[in-house]
Design a protein around this ligand. Structure first.
Ligand code: M6R
Length: 369
């Protein structure tokens, strides 16, 4: 049932092109408009939304962080992301004009369910983005947008993460379309870029041997750091979580801009640091900022492992290792940049002899608060 793979995790990593493709499937009409039939919330309510709050835990919360950049950019609706358990217990400001988006692979995470109930009590509408049909969170939510990643067995989430991000992009584009804002004309182009992502994810998977060989070399690392900016930041957090969860290695993700506010003190000779580099074709000198962060840590002895776009030559001089991902719009890059980090964690944990599908102390779905 592992389809010839040594673990469910590895199988699920390899299923990611399909997970994204299936999540996109059937959601446009012949004119290229996005149709989200499942979104059974009155259009007038969706048009009146003045705030979006994404609630989730763990990996799903990192998908939520990626979603925030996209939703705010395309919809111009203020969007917050909060860990469901923190949201629930801080008396959040939520009302009828708030749209709460609950992200959960299992649909059974108790912390997220309690946040959903709390938001509904305050009058908010809730859209659940879930991978498990008929589970509790989508049943209780006002509407459910399913990811079609197929069953995820490994405790460490991989394909559900990419599918959650994809579904959240669709939600963002749908709201932009519905509200007719200035990005309306760009929606078709962004959808076309999204449709191209499964093949690009496959291209990243096809380079996995390179990532695996580095993971084997680094199997005795005591600590691994991950840096990213903008959408690369939640990717960094996700890369660190994967390594903690299955390889039991100390790992931390940082916003690259925070380096000089503290974390750079951790850099010493030989410290491995993954850096997620944004597209050099993107806006706002983001790329140049990250390249200078790489220089700063390299100068202090870090072993830099850089995830960069094909054709981005600016990183070559400061990277000890470079993993290439195909070109894509910045907002969609997490669908590519996450993949080498998943492969790295899976291979490193395997090299240490751990059961990657059943890491110690963890359950696939956390049904207690
Ligand atoms: O089923 P959910 O998406 O609600 O689960 C949320 C987290 O428990 C989950 O993502 C967890 O962090 C994973 N083990 C991460 O790999």
């Amino acid at each position: 049932e592992k389809g010839g793979f040594p673990s469910f995790m590895e199988k699920e990593i390899n299923e990611q092109p399909m997970a994204v493709e299936q999540t996109l499937m059937g959601r446009t009409d012949p004119e290229g408009n996005l149709v989200l039939d499942e979104l059974k919330i009155d259009e007038s309510v969706l048009r009146a939304v003045d705030k979006i709050v994404v609630v989730a835990c763990g990996t799903a919360a990192y998908a939520g962080q990626v979603a925030r950049y996209a939703i705010e950019h395309w919809c111009r609706i203020p969007t917050e992301v909060e860990l469901a358990h923190e949201f629930r217990y801080r008396d959040p400001i939520v009302d009828e004009r708030t749209l709460v988006v609950a992200l959960s692979q299992s649909g059974e995470t108790m912390d997220t369910l309690m946040a959903v109930r709390h938001a509904q009590e305050q009058g908010a509408k809730v859209v659940a983005i879930c991978n498990t049909n008929g589970s509790t969170i989508p049943r209780e939510a006002d509407a459910a947008l399913y990811t079609h990643a197929g069953p995820e067995i490994a405790v460490a989430s991989t394909k559900a993460f990419l599918a959650q991000i994809t579904a959240a992009y669709l939600l963002g584009l749908y709201l932009a379309q519905l509200r007719g804002n200035k990005y309306k004309d760009e929606i078709a182009g962004i959808l076309a870029e999204l449709e191209a992502m499964p093949a690009k994810i496959q291209a990243v998977i096809d380079t996995q041997d390179q990532v695996k060989s580095l993971a084997q070399q680094m199997k005795d690392a005591a600590s691994v750091l991950f840096l990213g900016r903008h959408v690369g930041y939640p990717v960094a957090l996700e890369g660190a979580l994967k390594l903690k969860e299955i390889a039991y290695i100390h790992a931390e993700g940082f916003a690259a801009g925070e380096l000089k506010h503290g974390p750079i003190a951790l850099i010493e000779e030989g410290q491995p640091v993954f850096v997620i580099v944004p597209s050099p074709r993107g806006r706002d000198s983001l790329h140049a900022k990250v390249v200078s962060n790489i220089q700063e840590i390299r100068a202090r002895g870090a072993v830099t492992i850089v995830i960069a776009e094909e054709g981005d030559e600016a990183v070559a001089d400061y990277a000890n290792h470079v993993f290439r991902v195909p070109q894509a719009p910045t907002l969609l890059q997490p669908l590519l940049a996450t993949v080498p980090l998943q492969i790295f964690a899976c291979e490193l944990a395997t090299a240490k002899g751990y059961d990657v599908d059943q890491p110690r102390n963890l359950a696939k779905s956390v049904t207690v608060e």
